[in-house]
Write a protein that binds this ligand. Structure first.
Ligand code: SAH
Ligand code: SF4
Length: 399
């Protein structure tokens, strides 16, 4: 029988496991604290556990992190780890120290099935869901290796964002216990405000998260209209913007913050015009309490897309700010080690050949109707001359 990896349990799960071994709940709490608060992986270290329990555990369970393939430290202090998740797949976690907080960005899947046009993970296709222990192992490793390096027992990571590889809400079953362990006072003790799930908009799962573990929510919007968002975030065809915004409002009833963060990746000539900023205002103002985070696009060759210029980002931000919407422009961090958002490519194999499919069958949208690439695009929708009205969104250049 394979040993059970105790990193894969929230406290309730560990209590149930201990119960099976005939152990009381407080033993599970002790064990949980050793694992997550002290970073222990060796049962013999756990001095306050009865020797009989330690022996019992040693025979049937273990505490095993993910093998680290590489660690890169950026000039700005950002650290990127690449973890081996087997069968040629790797996932990344990125540590981002700032003056008032230290954030760890972690992955939920090897690859991603959503296939967003501007995302290198999306271009690689979906390999597999991570297990709970693989999600938590990223935090466990980062927190405890950093403490060790600093020679201190003090907590290092103050915030966690599920913004690495993968769509967390398409790996819901593994995500929820991982979030619970992050929030648990006997685990990492992070408040719900300091744990953020970022989603491309899996509406039914936003509703479930609200019931199960309502942490802070970031929604990757990227476009003010459905025809454009259909192209950038293919999941929009299933859950269009109006449904997504309704679910955001429902989420706010339970959320730890009184706003939703909308992420908007600035793509040159695609979604960054002043008119599109005004469309965004019409979409959101007075409809969903929100903040907007503009993310400068991190280009990668296969995308065929370009980062909006600094001036264009600023002009876009100014329009939003003047309307009263709190807007920030994300600083790019760790550029020198490819640790910025959307560069979390890892070495995931291109199992589903998603990238090839994107290249061969780009979607061209005219007047709200999606047609295949065979339809002749109008001159005005050629790359670089993107029209900006909602009825005729730009053609996304082929990668
Ligand atoms: N799947 C989730 C979380 C992971 S992606 C989601 O889509 O929200 C985390 C953030 O990085 C998202 O807002 C995503 O849109 C953004 N992103 C992806 N690729 C990017 C790129 N190349 N440049 C900038 N941001 C990118
Ligand atoms: Fe998946 Fe998020 Fe990348 Fe879209 S942006 S492909 S949802 S990881």
């Amino acid at each position: 029988m394979d040993a059970v990896n105790l990193l894969g349990f929230d406290l309730q799960g560990l209590a149930a496991y201990c119960d099976q071994l005939g152990e009381k709940r407080f033993r599970a709490t002790q064990l949980f604290r050793w694992i997550h608060q002290k970073g222990a992986s060796d049962f013999s270290q756990m001095s306050d556990l009865a020797k009989s329990l330690r022996d019992k555990l040693a025979g049937r369970a273990h505490i095993a992190g993910l093998p680290v393939i590489s660690e890169h430290v950026s000039a700005d202090g950002t650290i990127k780890w690449l973890f081996d998740v087997g069968q040629g797949n790797a996932v990344e976690a990125v540590f981002i120290p700032e003056d008032d907080r230290a954030t760890l960005c972690i992955s939920s899947q090897a690859g991603c099935a959503v296939g967003c046009r501007f995302c290198s993970t999306g271009h690689q296709g979906f390999s597999r869901n991570l297990d709970t222990w693989e999600i938590l192992a990223q935090l466990w490793h980062a927190e405890h290796s950093l403490r060790q390096r600093r020679g201190s027992d003090e907590r290092v990571i103050s915030n966690v964002v599920m913004m690495g590889m993968g769509e967390p809400l398409q790996n819901y079953g593994a995500l929820v216990p991982a979030l619970r362990a992050m929030l648990d006072d006997h685990g990492y003790g992070l408040s719900r405000r300091r744990v953020t799930v970022s989603t491309s908009g899996v509406v039914p799962m936003i509703d479930r998260l609200r019931e199960d573990v309502p942490v802070a929510l970031a929604v990757s919007l990227h476009a003010p209209t459905d025809p454009l968002r259909d192209q950038l975030v293919p999941l929009n065809r299933k859950y269009p913007i109006a449904e997504l915004l309704d679910s955001c409002n429902r989420y706010l009833e339970a959320a730890p913050r009184d706003f939703i963060t909308f992420e908007y990746c600035m793509l040159d000539g695609v979604n960054d015009s002043p008119e599109q900023a005004r469309e965004l205002i019409r979409l959101l103002k007075g409809k969903v309490p929100c903040k907007i985070n503009l993310i400068p696009f991190n280009p990668f060759p296969a995308s065929g897309l370009k980062r909006s210029s600094h001036e264009r980002v600023k002009a876009f931000a100014d329009i939003l700010i003047q309307s009263g919407i709190v807007t920030t422009v994300r600083k790019t961090r760790g550029d020198d080690i490819d640790a910025a958002c959307g560069q979390l490519a890892g070495e995931v194999q291109d199992r589903t050949r998603a990238h090839l499919r994107m290249v061969r069958a780009p979607v061209v949208v005219h007047r709200g109707a999606a047609t295949s690439a065979g339809a002749a695009p109008s001159a005005s929708s050629a790359p670089g001359t993107a029209p900006t009205t909602s009825s005729q969104p730009p053609t996304i250049p082929r990668s």
